[in-house]
Design a protein around this ligand. Structure first.
Ligand code: URA
Length: 187
C-alpha cells in the first residue's frame, strides 16, 4: 500500500494500460482524504479528461443536484472512478483496463477508510459489489463488505438519458441519507 503522495504520483504517471496513450489528464480522485462517504463512477468522460477531475461534466452537475437533495455537499465526499483515464468515445472500460487500474482505487479506499461507498452505475457495482450485480434490480440495496456499507445507484449519465429512472434514484438517495444517519457518517 502506498501513501497519498506516492499513490498520486504513480497514478499520474501510469502506463499500465492503453488508455494512457489517449488521455489528456489522469482523473485521480477528489475530495477530503478522510471522507466518510465515497462515490465511485466508471471512468472519466471528456470534461473529466480535460480537467483531470472526476464528475465535472454534465453527469457531475446532475450528481451535485442529486447530493443536494439530501443535503450532502460534494466537497464533503471523496469521489473517484474505477478507471482513472478516459476510455475513447466514453466506451465502457475494458476488463483488462479495469484490472490494470483497480489497485489504485483499492489503495484510495484503504487510505480514506470510508464508512459508506456508493457505486454510480453498473460498471462500478459489478466491480466493487458483485460480478453478477444487476443494477435495475439491485440498486438501492445495501451490503456490508470489510466493514464498509456498500450500495449502487443508477449512473447520473443514465439518468440524463432516461428520466423515468429518477424516482427510483430519489428513493435510493433517501436510503443513503438513512444510512448516513445510522452510521453517524460525517457529511
Ligand atoms: N462518468 C463517470 O463514470 N465518471 C466521471 O468522472 C464522469 C462521468
Amino acid at each position: 500500500m502506498m501513501d497519498w503522495e506516492s499513490l498520486e504520483r504513480t497514478c499520474l504517471g501510469c502506463t499500465r494500460c492503453g488508455l494512457c496513450e489517449t488521455r489528456h489528464n489522469v482523473a485521480f480522485g477528489v475530495g477530503p482524504r478522510d471522507a466518510d462517504v465515497m462515490f465511485v463512477g466508471e471512468g472519466p468522460g471528456e470534461q473529466e479528461d480535460l480537467k483531470g477531475e472526476p464528475f465535472v461534466g454534465a453527469a457531475g452537475h446532475l450528481l451535485d443536484d442529486m447530493l443536494s437533495i439530501i443535503d450532502l455537499g460534494r466537497e464533503n465526499c471523496y469521489i473517484a472512478n474505477i478507471v482513472k483515464c478516459r476510455p475513447p468515445r466514453n466506451r465502457d472500460p475494458l476488463e483488462t483496463e479495469q484490472d490494470a487500474c483497480i489497485d489504485y482505487l483499492r489503495n484510495q479506499v484503504a487510505l480514506v477508510r470510508p464508512k459508506i461507498i456508493v457505486c454510480l452505475g453498473r460498471v462500478a457495482a459489478k466491480r466493487l459489489i458483485d460480478p453478477d450485480f444487476r443494477i435495475t434490480r439491485e440498486h438501492g440495496t445495501w451490503v456490508r463488505k470489510n466493514g464498509v456499507w456498500m450500495s449502487a445507484m443508477y449512473h447520473p449519465s443514465a439518468l440524463l438519458r432516461d428520466v423515468s429512472k429518477r424516482p427510483e434514484t430519489f428513493d435510493d438517495l433517501l436510503s443513503l441519507r438513512e444510512k448516513i444517519r445510522e452510521t453517524g457518517a460525517r457529511i
